[in-house]
Write a protein that binds this ligand. Structure first.
Ligand code: HEM
Length: 143
């Protein structure tokens, strides 16, 4: 099932690039007092869609990953090993939370009346989501 792991690894570039662009764009829009147009909507939507695709592929990756069999040795063994803890516990839970925040940012921006509120909600929720993702990427093995 290397193809799923490899897809997860490659799609990570796309997700991170779109999230960085959408977050910076929202901050620039906010600071520059621009109106929230179709370009802003599309950029935020692409970041949301790629994050959701990555979430689904991430869940599949979890079960096909060679790390998964470590659960056979019990919870204690996984938690004691920092690499196993990262791949099997911290990376999945933190990233799911990050995608929940990004999704909240998207739906809150849709409900917001006014351009500044829309930019603000994307900037804050996507920004926190992005920081969470970056905090739990296995940097020693990727890119
Ligand atoms: C936007 C969210 C996510 C991003 C950006 C992301 C990114 C990454 C990256 C860059 C790697 C390292 C790939 C490599 O070593 O080549 C990785 C590995 C992994 N990810 Fe994610 N991930 C995300 C969500 C998830 C989720 C939600 C899960 C599980 C529910 C998950 C499970 C895994 C597992 C198990 C591995 C280790 C695969 C292996 O090398 O055997 N990921 N992820």
């Amino acid at each position: 099932m290397d193809i799923i792991i490899s897809l997860h690894s490659k799609l990570a570039y796309v997700v991170l690039i779109f999230l960085v662009l959408a977050t910076l764009n929202a901050f620039w829009g906010l600071i520059g007092k621009r109106s929230f147009g179709s370009k802003d909507l599309r950029l935020s939507l692409f970041a949301l869609i790629f994050s959701h695709i990555q979430l689904l592929i991430g869940i599949a990756t979890y079960f096909v990953s060679p790390y998964f069999s470590a659960w056979e040795n019990g919870m204690g063994a996984v938690m004691k090993d920092s690499t196993l803890r990262l791949y099997l516990v911290e990376h999945p839970t933190t990233n799911i939370l990050a995608i929940v925040l990004i999704t909240m940012g998207w739906s809150l921006h849709k409900k917001a009346a006014g351009d500044r509120k829309k930019y603000f909600r994307i900037a804050v929720f996507y920004g926190i989501g992005l920081l969470l993702l970056l905090s739990r990427i296995p940097w020693q093995n990727w890119p």
